[in-house]
Design a protein around this ligand. Sequence first.
Ligand code: B12
Length: 217
Amino acid sequence: MREIYKSFAEALLKGDQEDALNIVKKVHYYNRAEAFLDIFTPAMRYIGDLWENNDISVADEHLATAVCDFVLSRLYPAKSSSSQAMLNKRAMFLCLEGEQHYLGLKMVSSLFEEAGWNTRYLGPNLPLEYALKHAAAWQPDVIGLSVTIVYHLPLLKTYVKELSKLSFKPEIFVGGRLVGTYDLLPYCKEAVLVKDLNELYKIIGQKEHGEKLDALL
Ligand code: B12
């Protein structure tokens, strides 16, 4: 059987939101985490390979990103419909200044929300100054950072160092493409490095408990 992530990638590249949603509907027995792991993540990485090999253009890749973002938003849990009891815990998520790769972070935020956390997703490219101010005012238990591009690593070090100095001592989670590829410990000794969504689930609970897609679409 043709891998479903490739069909999903094709729908993204055609800019076909309905087709992309229909492909997700076919795996209605999956929960969010399974869909993110088996379909969304490999599809976007496959699109990266096509782009790197010049099989698709920058415009194609932007279109695919936009459609993927649309489908992710459709799957984002409504605050009131979380399958789990609210935990009275807060988590905020952001990408470092200059970092534009936010799709993975948005998935992670969605999974925390589903697991009963109160989340704030601050998206790409957030300068440290604003991250610090927002965190100081909202006092999250967890701050999740995402890093994809190697030349952002020096910044990662600064973000982790400064955020971990906050008086209420948030736990800092660092994820993103580079965490699965390199040993980033020297850049963020004060943080928890999370390689992928399976690792995340060891921290926030069992992925089998997530809502099935048929209840969402
Ligand atoms: C889409 C895309 C873009 C989009 C980003 C859109 C967006 N809104 O995210 C745009 C067009 C903006 C872009 C720009 C660039 N990109 Co780009 N991009 C990609 C692409 C195709 C997909 C990224 C993606 O969504 N992956 C899927 C997600 C789900 O995976 P992920 O981020 O790893 O997230 C997972 C885990 O890591 C984890 N996770 C992620 N964050 C966090 C955080 C926490 C707290 C936790 C716990 C877990 C976690 O959970 C996720 C779920 O599985 C990749 C290809 C690839 N292999 O990833 C290239 C890729 C990353 N890009 C690349 C490049 C080179 C660039 C540019 C430099 C291109 C240029 N010359 O301008 C710029 C840099 C922009 C910048 N300053 O950030 C290269 C990087 C190569 C390298 N060696 O560094 C790649 C690998 C493409 C390639 N094959 O060459 N890109």
